[in-house]
Design a protein around this ligand. Structure first.
Ligand code: 5AD
Length: 363
């Protein structure tokens, strides 16, 4: 551990004063203005990023120690009625090889995950009409019955308030729905005309009021994104105060309208992870698969920037390659005790410990 004064000296020498004082203010629990967030994003130097990461890690350690929570990610269907311009499983992509898991297959994934220490299962999928309320409630009840000590997280897109209530009543604990961008104009550049920013926000507030632990999130470096928009994302996180936030770099998929756009960077993604940790110290923050895809040590970098969750893939190996949201997606899941052991080693090597608990937010 470096002493506080040494750290201060080192940082002051290398970093611009304004970025230093803004990051310090964030760490003291102060709320920043949008143009202050923007200043930080535009002045994302390695020194500023290191300073933010150091403070973010300190904050996280105060609350979660050196624990890293694992979530078993089960990609239940790549059939989607939506046509988001960035996404490889968009309805309009006729090259996608579609699949849908059966209830039995999903239960088998949970059994596998449970046996290797997972205590949260995330059911994620495209907006597949087959998975209606009755079906998802049935599966949720089934998981809760067999694994009463586990949390169920759903990530199945936009639904009515009534549907969210039914899913909650069936026992689902958490819901992930990325807001994708907090800028309404940007939202419409990323989505087809039949999707709206207003409805996405309505869903997020309904989820919160229904009693879910809620996760939002966005892509870093998505097409048409500006630093002002990212500043709005941070402002939204400060105001909405989600329990979880998934962020990862945008990565192009060749069979989408954004196939030729450049990917987001791991550097900016990690800096934003640190800022989000400082904005909301107890937030559950995954080092995402997308971050692990743009950088071979992305997950470790994410944890060292302030993340505290990893979501290994529990989907059957036969469908892994089909849930291709972007090209090059890594599918180094933890379907076997062996590959989870590798993740554990990676985390141990940087001073962290993968733990076998539900890992709810500490309030
Ligand atoms: N690059 C990175 N992330 C993507 N997602 C969808 N497509 C891409 C892409 N091309 C993210 C979206 C979505 C989540 C499930 O995956 O943010 O909410």
């Amino acid at each position: 551990m470096v002493s506080a004064s040494k750290r201060l000296f080192r940082v002051l020498r290398a970093m611009d004063k304004k970025a230093f004082s803004l990051i310090t203010e964030l760490a003291q629990g102060k709320k920043l203005m949008r143009d202050e967030y923007r200043y930080l994003i535009e002045n994302n130097t390695p020194e500023a990023a290191n300073f933010a990461a150091e403070l973010a890690v300190e904050k996280r350690k105060e609350i979660y120690g050196n624990s890293v929570f694992i979530r078993g990610l089960i990609e239940i269907s790549n059939i989607c009625k939506n046509n988001c311009l960035y996404c490889g499983i968009r309805a309009g992509n006729s090259c996608a090889d579609r699949y849908r898991l059966t209830r039995n297959e999903i239960m088998e994934c949970c059994r596998e995950g449970y046996s290797i220490g997972m205590r949260t299962f995330v059911l994620q999928g495209g907006e597949d009409p087959f998975f209606n309320d009755d079906t998802v409630c049935g599966i949720t009840l089934g998981i809760k019955e067999e694994f009463p000590d586990c949390a169920v997280t759903l990530s199945l897109g936009e639904k009515s308030r009534e549907s969210y209530k039914r899913l909650k009543d069936a026992g689902a604990d958490r819901y992930l729905l990325r807001h994708e961008t907090a800028d309404c104009g940007h939202y419409s550049l990323l989505h087809p005309d039949d999707m709206s920013f207003e409805n996405r926000m309505r869903c997020l507030y309904d989820l919160k009021e229904t009693g879910f632990q809620v996760g939002c999130g966005f892509m870093v470096g998505s097409p048409h994104q500006t630093s002002e928009m990212l500043a709005k994302d941070l402002e939204f996180i400060a105001d909405f105060s989600p329990d979880m936030c998934g962020i990862g770099p945008f990565i192009p998929h060749k069979d989408t309208p954004f196939g030729e756009y450049p990917p987001g960077t791991p550097e900016l993604t990690c800096f934003l992870l640190s800022l989000i940790r400082l904005i909301k110290p107890n937030i559950l923050l995954p080092a995402t698969t997308a971050l692990g895809t743009v950088s071979s040590d992305g997950r470790a970098r994410g944890i060292l920037a302030g993340a505290n969750v990893v979501m290994p893939n529990l989907s059957p190996t036969s469908v892994r390659k089909k849930y291709m949201l972007y090209n090059g997606k890594v599918s180094d899941g933890a379907e076997s005790a062996g590959s989870l052991a590798i993740l554990k080693e990676q985390m141990n090597a940087i001073g962290y410990e993968v733990v076998t608990v539900r890992g709810d937010i500490i309030k």
